[in-house]
Design a binder for this molecule. Structure first.
Ligand SMILES: C[S@@+](CC[C@H](N)C(=O)[O-])C[C@H]1O[C@@H](n2cnc3c(N)ncnc32)[C@H](O)[C@@H]1O
Length: 256
């Protein structure tokens, strides 16, 4: 089963509730943008729709049709004030027709780029898509050594933990969500196997691998790709960076 496929996409809004303040932060940045706004990896529109509701026109790109279909339905139901354009595409290769004043890559989407070189490829592409005075916002968790130590080793050897309970958005039956994890410090990969048990019927198992990124690794990666970090926040209230919190990068294009 693939992450963000039909079964899992239907459950996404029930379990992916974001990081405290992330919606408000992105809405405020979008309101300040002096031109077109795009979210890469927009998913079901958790951030994109509140931005559009503030009257900001926004484009959303995602590589999973099942996620875009849900976003499309929510846009049709909620009728936000701003115009929404949804497109299937990959953030490593998506070339926009217009330069963007703000590009958003929220909630760990950037960490989905696990193949060597793919983060650089995505950053180079997004720099090309930015207006000269545009901004790129990237946000994801800051890896903590304590977290890594807990999950080092093969996934089968690690315990399954119940993380959430909710009602299935379609069948209304209770769903128990559990997961188990594995961290590989050599490849900087963390794999999470999410297990959704729709009580009395089916079990869906969804693996997801993310590549965690350290603070100075990210700073160097941005600079290598012609992007100048303007701010690094540790939370969505714009607090300072702190170990084990969030990495929230705001970067500008370096003039060439
Ligand atoms: C953790 S979800 C975040 C969704 C949404 N931004 C949010 O905050 O709820 C990651 C999303 O990124 C998408 N994604 C992952 N890799 C991608 C890629 N290379 N190009 C475009 N979208 C990608 C997934 O399909 C998924 O919808």
């Amino acid at each position: 089963m693939l992450q963000y496929g039909v079964n899992d996409a239907a459950l996404y809004d029930s379990y992916a509730t974001g990081v405290r303040g992330d919606v408000e932060f992105h809405v405020s940045m979008a309101r300040l943008a002096n031109g077109p706004v795009i979210e890469m990896g927009c998913g079901t529109g958790r951030i994109l729709i509140p931005i559009a509701s503030e009257g900001v026109d926004i484009t959303g790109v995602d590589r999973e049709q099942a996620m875009l279909d849900i976003a499309e339905r929510k846009v049709a139901d909620e009728k936000p004030k701003g115009k929404v354009k949804l497109m299937k595409g990959d953030l490593r290769t998506f070339r926009s027709e217009v330069p963007y004043s703000l590009i958003i890559v929220a909630y760990r989407t950037f960490l989905h780029l696990t193949e060597p070189g793919s983060m650089r490829q995505a950053l180079n592409t997004m720099r090309e898509n930015l207006a000269p005075d545009g901004r790129l916002i990237l946000s994801f968790f800051d890896p903590s050594i304590e977290f890594m130590v807990e999950y080092i080793g093969p996934i089968e050897a690690n315990p399954i933990k119940t993380v959430r309970r909710f009602d299935h958005p379609v069948s209304d039956r209770p769903v128990v969500m559990s997961n188990r994890r594995s961290v590989n410090p050599e490849s900087q990969l963390v794999t999470t196997e999410s297990i959704f048990e729709e009580v009395g019927t089916q079990i869906t198992v969804v693996p997801l691998t993310l590549r965690y990124v350290f603070r100075y690794e990210m700073e160097h990666l941005l600079e290598l790709c012609g992007l100048q970090p303007e701010a690094l926040y540790g939370d969505f209230s714009r607090g300072p960076y702190r170990y084990g919190g969030e990495q929230i990068w705001v970067a500008r294009k370096i003039a060439t």
